[in-house]
Design a protein around this ligand. Sequence first.
Ligand SMILES: Cc1ncc(COP(=O)(O)O)c(C=O)c1O
Length: 373
Amino acid sequence: MTEFAARVEQVSISGIREVFEAAGEDAINLGIGQPDFPTPEHARRGAIEAIEAERTDAYTSNKGTRSLREAIAAKYDRDYGLEIDPAEVIATSGGSEALHLALEAHVDPGEEVIFPDPGFVSYDALTHIAGGTPKPVGLRDDLTLDPATVEAAITDETAAFVVNSPANPTGAVQSEEDMREFARIADEHDVLCLSDEVYERIVFEGEHRSPLEFAESDNVVVVSACSKTYSMTGWRLGWVLGSNRRIERMLRVHQYAQACASAPAQYAAEAALTGPQEPVREMVSAFEERRDLVVDGLEDAGLEVPTPSGAFYVMPKVPEGWCDEVLERDVIVVPGDAFGANGEGYARLSYATGTAELKEALEIIDDATRAVR
Ligand SMILES: Cc1ncc(COP(=O)(O)O)c(C=O)c1O
């Protein structure tokens, strides 16, 4: 009888979904990982015009349209002063597919992938799917990833380490100094640094820097997407950047699994990247105001909260039983251990929800916190 592949048997459906299913219909949802803003009008128009001009009926090139890859390359020049060859970009079905391509192309069975714990749920699952061995590593007290921890975890079996800044689930932003260290580690140990930068534009203090700016070898591969920056999670459009030889390997996976990213989404993404960036600035400033509101509210409730500098998540330390008390009062929060064993004792709250609902949720959280103390 055909058995299921062991790689897949090791992967379970995300713990986040279980929380959603347990909640009532009218619950306030602080579990959601997507902005609550509309996709900018000019991005939608980009897709509509391409559809009407009959430019979206056929496959595009496997890597994506030349004009989209030029727009992505221009973005790296604008944001980081990096010269990217559009040939070294693959447009993907969201950042998710980009992460999958990077791990499939670089991880052999039994090889190790180091990633932050708590960290985004896909790193563990995609490592298993690639046949690799997950090596989750803990964070500093401020919830950033210490390059020294990564360096100490590297063995002869290490295929890659993942850096994610700004981070899901913590909202933490790595310093420039850390990013320089990650680049040095990738160079010196000759291991791949997979930098997941899908929240790169959602930063409140300082600025996002990429290890790609500092590496001297081609050992950094960058993943990003339109999903969070332009509130385009439903469009499914991301990308992966890397040197020619790495892109060529990742393309082999992409070509057979996906052929190309959806053509209408590619046109929407090109318009998003080349058009006015004001909607991004407005969204980021709304997130910053909400961040302040939520951090103050949680501190007033007596919780210890590392202040997040980016993304739209906050990860307070919570007493035992707290998540259940909050969920019972119909506010959805995600227990920290859904993001790895070290997430135990924390909860992730997303503030991609309107201010009025956030205020109501904070009152309920205050009440729930009293109940467990
Ligand atoms: C850290 C991180 N990386 C990648 C992704 C995947 O994003 P996409 O929707 O573009 O596939 C997410 C989505 O939540 C994320 O939080």
